[in-house]
Design a protein around this ligand. Structure first.
Ligand code: ZN
Length: 881
């Protein structure tokens, strides 16, 4: 286990390496327990570096069996090996030299899934962020770019397939039952983009002809027999390649592009040059086993990894502090891709829901950090929604500020100027400052200041003067290590809606710059006066969620309802409905805690049912309108002293009231939206399924018997409908015989499909209420559970901790104690997985005192364990600080 030294890395300490790496030749002799790796590094001392400076290479859990410099064995006095370094002295002053290192690895016993490991008998690597140092001693940092040649030798029968980055050079039979293959990647790359895969896999093949007419071979490797389930991924890949050419002018740059699906993977997928490795959950899909959400995820992640070829691989990060340079930008690109493939407004709603439910809590809790952090202890813990999702939002704001054409110009300059380099956020922003002539200094604070800005707004209409005065104020709450903050440049897209649904002209304004419908909020307090406003307007703020902020404005339900009906921006309509719902759910929660009966506002009922019934709107949008804020959304809005049981009870009552009031509409929709045609995963068909299932949800909540849900379960002919019906049964009627039967049927039917069984675990892990913990303990003894597989652990333990507010936050603290035990159990095997699941407790301080006390004790129990990994100890210590 990587020792928990507590050492902190600081951005300001960045220095280039003393030695320049020119070339890397790797030879792997693969064996499950005794893989031999020979690494030949060609290096030279950087100009100006002291002749006595030693070469210091990184390593992690390595066994070195050979070390040569220029083919000669090195005297013991000239090198040192520690737990995590190899230091070599006495190297040439100017001439290039060659270091040859031999290491022995045991892929089979590598349970951390970093470096070279085995998954279902396939050899596979994961090197980002610091996994290459688990393969050989190396300058394992992203600013060391080199050209790689890779030779792979393996048993021919068990590993007929030998893959690495770049283009295939050739191979041969070795006559002894083994064979070899050689690969050459002409593009200089950092070690984190290295990949090797070897094993026996099936393949789906296709080709893509690039903009300039080059033919690229496309291959997706999956377990034998699963080939038909890779066709949607292949289709998404081809659409991604085409889109990146059309929208960003980016062409693919090798003869072959490969994707390998593996079943043991810590993350979603990895963008290794020319050889992406995927968690199979983001490759495999067919109507019987994948939901519409699975299809959408596959499309987005295939695109994301492919887009990294330019944003991440051709231009990479100087150091890991710059992670958002590749991740935020690439998420922005995949969001835009999906918006072009599907409904833009619906996609935006889904993005904002995700941002608010995952990133906002992170930014409001003990793990808050800037999009571009300045220090870290364990880089694995910085693959966060702040770096990814908020990083994407910052890129989006840049595009909003500059407008489409200048943004495109800035991107072109970035690609042009920095191709082949490892750069910083400052380099990126400079491209946009240069093409626009703008000072982006204040805007850059978005990268440096953590926390979600709060904007409060109030408006006053003066009928005599025909003016509308807006008083705006921004505040940025303190976050760990940052107490005082500067005001930010917040691009707020807005409109002033008039009674008749028309929009006021915004051009006659003082107190703020407005371009198009973008109001530039740059001061702590700003008073903005619009003139020529002929009747009292209703302001609609943050159209399209132009800035990732919390907005507080006193607005009546009537005004919100006007926005919900008349806004030209569909996202803003949804936002207004959501605001009505959230306010009602917060007051309902207070009612429940006060022992009063819950009031459900007419505006909420009418707004939701009105949107649901509006045939002019697309079904996917209507389903989003119907979906109430989650229990976590309500908790976040309340902010402190939260009682998850009260929130749950309040939400259930509101749901039921809407169900009763809208019964006719929901019956009609359940019928109308039923599909007569064969299944198709396209966005429109998915939207109809979503609306039908939303209607069913209400119908089932308005009834006391499980019959309707059980019927839906029996009638379902695709996984979207089937898993939805199963969740309705399990969550609404956990103890009904219908539920037990459905769970048993589902298990039996899909027992040999691990990805579907994950849904079965997750649905049970998220049953509300205190009783679920016992169910989970039983499920952990189930033969289909496997504590070594990350997907399985996430589906059971992760779903419970992240997505079951009442079940996990039991008032007696048993949920937290259970989690602590699981974390300590997982940590020695797979620290990354343990640390990630532990972040489910990031909002513990916003719970009421009794639960918060139990949560603190559970965290302390973890913190006091002997032998914690750096990953878990970093998270737990920040959470307790
Ligand atoms: Zn990425």
């Amino acid at each position: 286990m990587r020792t928990n030294t507590g050492q902190i890395i600081h951005l300001e300490d960045y220095r280039p390496t003393d030695f320049v790496l020119e070339r890397v030749d790797l030879t792997f002799e693969l064996d499950p327990k005794e893989t031999k790796v020979e690494a030949r590094l060609i290096l030279h001392r950087r100009e100006g570096v002291d002749a006595s400076a030693p070469l210091v290479l990184d390593g992690d859990e390595l066994v070195m069996t050979g070390l040569l410099v220029d083919q000669e064995e090195l005297a013991a006095a000239l090198y040192d090996v520690t737990d995590d370094t190899l230091t070599i002295r006495g190297l040439p002053e100017t001439a290039p030299f060659e270091v040859t290192i031999t290491t022995m690895l045991s892929p089979e016993t590598n349970t951390k899934l970093m470096g070279l490991y085995r998954t279902n008998s396939v050899y596979c690597t994961q090197c980002e962020a610091e996994g290459f140092r688990r393969i050989t001693y190396f300058p394992d940092r992203p600013d060391v770019l080199a050209v790689y040649t890779v030779n792979i030798i393996a048993d021919k029968k068990s590993a007929p397939l030998l893959l690495s980055n770049g283009n295939y050079l050739g191979g041969a039979d070795m006559g002894d039952g083994r064979h070899f293959a050689a690969w050459f990647d002409p593009h200089p790359k950092p070690s984190y983009l290295f990949a090797l895969v070897a094993g026996d896999l099936g393949v789906v093949e296709d080709t893509f002809t690039t903009l300039s007419g080059r033919e690229v071979a496309l291959k997706i490797y999956v377990e034998h027999g699963k080939e038909p389930r890779a066709s949607y991924a292949m289709d998404a890949l081809k659409r991604s390649m085409k889109w990146d050419e059309e929208v960003f002018g980016r062409e693919y740059d090798l003869d072959i592009f490969m994707i390998v699906a593996v079943s043991d993977f810590n993350m979603g997928a990895m963008e290794n040059k020319g050889l992406n490795v995927f968690n199979d959950k983001y490759v495999l899909a067919d109507p019987e086993t994948a939901t519409d959400a699975d299809y959408a995820n596959i499309e987005a992640i295939i695109a994301h990894e492919y887009f990294h070829n330019w944003t991440g691989n051709r231009i990479t990060c100087r150091d890991w502090f710059q992670l958002c340079l590749k991740e935020g930008l690439t998420v922005y690109r995949d969001h835009e891709f999906s918006a072009d493939m599907r409904s833009r407004a619906v996609k935006r709603i889904a993005e904002v829901r995700h941002l608010k439910s995952e990133q906002f809590p992170e930014d409001a809790g003990p793990l808050a950090h800037p999009v571009r952090p300045t220090k870290y202890r364990e880089i694995n813990n910085f693959y966060t929604t702040t770096v990814y999702e908020k990083g994407s939002e910052v890129t989006r704001m840049l595009a909003t500020l500059l407008g489409r054409d200048l943004f495109k110009k800035g991107m072109d300059l970035y690609f042009d100027r920095h191709d082949g380099q490892a750069v910083t956020i400052e380099d990126f922003v400079a491209c946009f400052a240069e093409v626009s002539g703008r000072d982006l200094g204040q805007f850059s604070l978005w990268y440096h200041q953590a926390g979600t800005p709060l904007v409060t707004a109030s408006g006053a209409y003066d009928a005599a003067k025909q003016t509308f005065t807006l008083s705006l104020e921004q505040t940025l709450p303190p976050t760990p290590g940052q107490s005082a903050k500067e005001p930010m440049h917040i691009p707020l897209r807005m409109g002033l809606l008039l009674d008749n649904g028309a929009e006021a002209d915004l051009s006659s304004v003082s107190g703020a710059d407005i371009t198009g419908d973008v109001l530039h909020l740059t001061e702590r307090k700003q008073t903005v006066v619009f003139s020529g406003i002929t009747s009292r307007p209703v302001p609609s703020f943050n159209r399209g969620f132009s800035a990732p902020i919390n907005l507080h404005i006193e607005q009546s339900d009537d005004d919100l309802a006007l926005i919900a009906r008349h806004e030209s921006d569909l996202f803003a309509r949804w936002q207004a409905l959501n605001a009505i719902a959230l306010a009602n759910l917060v007051s309902a929660t207070a009612d429940v805690r006060a022992g009063k009966s819950v009031t459900v506002e007419r505006a909420l009922i009418d707004g939701l049912i009105g949107a649901a019934a509006d045939d002019r709107l697309e079904p996917a949008f209507r389903s989003q309108a119907l979906s109430l804020p989650s229990e976590a959304d309500i908790a976040r809005e309340i902010g402190a002293d939260n009682d998850p049981d009260a929130i749950h009870a309040a939400r259930q009552q509101v749901l039921k009231a809407i169900a009763v009031a809208g019964r006719e509409t929901f019956l009609r929709l359940a019928d109308e939206m039923a599909s007569k045609a064969a299944f198709s995963p396209d966005a429109e068909s998915a939207g109809r399924r979503a609306l039908r299932n939303a209607a069913l949800t209400y119908l089932v909540h308005g009834e006391d018997k499980p019959a309707r849900a059980a019927e839906a379960f029996a009638a379902a002919d695709n996984m979207t409908d089937l898993s939805h019906a199963l969740a309705l049964l399990a969550h609404r009627f956990p103890d009904a015989t219908e539920t037990a039967q459905a769970l048993a049927t589902f298990r039996q039917r899909f027992a040999d499909n691990a990805l579907v069984i994950d849904k079965w675990f997750a649905v049970q892990a998220t049953i509300p209420g205190a009783g679920t913990l016992d169910r989970i303990k039983t499920l952990m003894t189930e033969p289909l559970f496997n504590g070594n597989n990350p997907n399985r652990v996430r589906s059971l333990v992760g779903s419970y901790a992240f997505a079951n507010p009442t079940g996990f936050n039991r008032a007696d603290g048993e949920g937290y104690r259970f989690l602590a035990k699981q974390i300590l159990d997982i940590d020695p095997r797979n620290p990354q997985l343990a640390a990630r699941i532990l972040t489910s407790m990031r909002s513990w301080r916003s719970l009421e005192d009794v639960r918060a006390g139990h949560a603190r004790n559970a965290l302390k129990e973890i913190a006091s364990a002997t032998k914690l990994s750096a990953d878990v100890s970093d998270i737990v210590e920040r959470m307790l600080k």
